[in-house]
Design a protein around this ligand. Structure first.
Ligand code: CA
Length: 549
């Protein structure tokens, strides 16, 4: 007789030998610590976070790493006589795989040798998360809050009111700790006076108040002939009350217009800002005060207009990849200035993007993951990120979870206010969603302090990630209504899942094969994590500034 599985041996039913059973659960109760296998030190699905203050998120603590990091920070402060400089280099709409350090770079036609080298000398974060689009992420970096708490759920466009509106920012908190605070480049977290950089903690600002396409798309007869070749429609746009200039402002002062941003002017805009950045860094040489530089590039948000030097400079020769090459050079120039001024050893650099590639307008960036800008698929929110600090951060790659909301608490930690100390710097009813990750970055082989990533679709929870497991409540469907043309995060519809949509991001980074029912045990912690945050939202309710209502 042949067995059901087709094997002639199936009828013999051999008795299991020790070591060949498929799991300890078949052999009576398991004692903690006796299960076979290996625990990776930065996987926390089976470990609860610890609440350290009422208005802060729970953390995964590593006391030894915390002590080691504080010791290293104290030593360097003794040597330099000041707290470390903090430099955030924030790209626009650039995908996880655009740079060589994540497998892109020359292999996708855009060499990024300087960025790749500096990344390889720092900590490359393979699971760093933004929000799905520009303004929500930028406000998250500046406030340390998720969009439900800072209230900017989508980008304000063409002079719409609303924005940061006096919210507490990292610049304001660092100013109080004695930092010089400088913002350069793209702002896009509110044009109204109360939201402008010089009124939310920055000593000085040079850049534009909104987003690249808004200055040029209606002027360009190639992209928008319907407007640009109509005198009446052009006049209408000229009269829409939004600022159309490259601007400058100093703390407490008014915005001054530097130059009208036309299709011609914008070609050199990133170079103009880089000049300003280099001048700022030169001024900081040997300063008794540390600085916080928040630098948002114009590139490579559509529309990219390469200048005479960069046109065709990338192997792929399209305007997007030419821009990536220009971004490499600009980052290298700022880095080199830090080295020349002697400040590099005392500067922590965060390199990241504000969201994944915008997939509705070509040419655009790349991601190996599903989806793009505007969605909570990994492609929309997992961003190319590294943290560099010469001699202080050990070169390595980590899959530890990092959310861009962590930048504010981490910056404050470097400035001498670690962990729960942040709670006392803001009002009791002000919730901070970011965590202090200083020990993750600075301790040797430091591990993330973050247990989960929460994904938001506007003001609603869209999903949660713990370790390699991601559960979805709301998904974005770019092909819901349209069969033709480009599809990305702002096209289509959003749908509720039936409750059984869980992906294993290691087995299935494309998120197209749900393993929820096979892996119900892992759904338990995923669901309790969203329940936990729903309770936070009851206590610290959403405060919507710019939404879809
Ligand atoms: Ca963006």
């Amino acid at each position: 007789m042949i067995g059901a599985g087709g094997s002639a041996f199936a009828q013999t039913s051999p008795k299991p030998e020790p070591g060949v059973i498929r799991g300890p659960g078949t052999d009576g109760p398991i004692k903690r610590g006796t299960a076979p296998g290996y625990d990776h030190p930065d996987q926390y699905i089976g470990i609860p976070g610890r609440k350290i203050a009422d208005n802060l998120e729970p953390v995964i603590e590593h006391p030894d790493q915390f002590d080691e990091a504080r010791k290293k920070l104290a030593e360097i402060e003794k040597k330099t006589g000041k707290k470390p400089n903090i430099f955030v280099f924030l790209l626009d709409d650039v995908g996880w795989m655009d740079f060589g350090f994540n497998g892109g770079g020359i292999s996708v036609g855009a060499s990024t040798p300087d960025i790749d080298r500096i990344a390889s000398e720092g900590l490359i974060l393979t699971s760093a998360y933004s929000q799905p689009s520009c303004s929500p992420t930028r406000a998250t970096i500046l406030t340390g809050q998720y969009p439900v708490h800072h209230g900017i759920l989508r980008p304000p466009m063409y002079g719409e009111p609303g924005g940061l509106n006096g919210n507490i920012t990292v610049a304001e908190l660092l100013s109080k700790e004695g930092y010089v605070t400088q913002a350069i480049g793209k702002w896009h977290v509110g044009e109204n006076e109360g939201s402008q950089p010089q009124n939310v903690g920055f000593d000085d600002f040079r850049g534009f108040l909104s987003v690249s396409d808004m200055y040029t798309e209606w002027r360009d007869s190639h992209f928008n002939p319907e407007v640009a070749l109509s005198p009446t429609r052009t006049a209408f746009l000229e009269e829409v009350p939004f600022n159309k200039y490259d601007v400058h402002a100093v703390k407490g002062g008014k915005i001054e217009n530097v130059g009208l941003i036309t299709v011609d002017y914008i070609k050199d805009l990133d170079q103009r800002w880089a000049d300003y950045g280099v001048e700022f860094l030169k001024k900081q040489k040997g300063s008794a005060k540390p600085f916080f530089l928040y630098y948002g590039t114009r590139g490579c948000h559509f529309d990219n207009y390469p200048n005479a030097y960069y046109a065709g400079r990338s192997r792929a020769r399209n305007s997007y990849t030419d821009c990536i090459v220009e971004m490499n050079d600009i980052f290298a120039r700022l880095y080199k200035t830090l080295a020349e001024t002697g400040e590099l050893d005392n500067t922590l650099i965060f390199f990241t993007s504000d969201n994944g590639p915008e997939q509705e307008i070509e040419p655009h960036g790349r991601t190996p993951f599903r989806g793009g800008k505007g969605s909570t698929w990994e492609g929309g929110v997992r961003v190319p990120t590294f943290v560099y600090w010469k001699g202080m951060i050990e070169p390595r790659k980590s899959e530890g979870l990092f959310d861009l909301s962590d930048i504010l608490p981490t910056a404050l930690s470097l400035a001498g206010k670690p962990g729960a100390a942040l709670s006392g710097l803001v009002k009791k009813d002000h919730y901070i969603d970011g965590l202090d990750q200083a020990s993750f970055l600075v301790a040797k082989n430091g591990n993330s302090n973050r247990r989960s990533i929460l994904y938001f679709w506007n003001d609603k929870l869209s999903g949660v990630r713990l370790d390699e497991f991601k559960a979805f409540n709301l998904v974005q469907l770019p092909f819901a209504f349209t069969r033709n043309g480009n599809h990305g995060g702002f096209t289509g519809s959003v749908a509720e899942t039936a409750g059984g949509t869980v992906f294993n991001l290691y087995a299935n980074p494309q998120e197209d094969n749900s393993i929820a029912i096979r892996h119900i045990p892992m759904s338990i912690p995923l669901l309790s994590e969203t329940d936990r945050y729903e309770a936070v939202l009851k206590k610290f309710p959403p405060r919507i500034q710019i939404g879809f209502q």
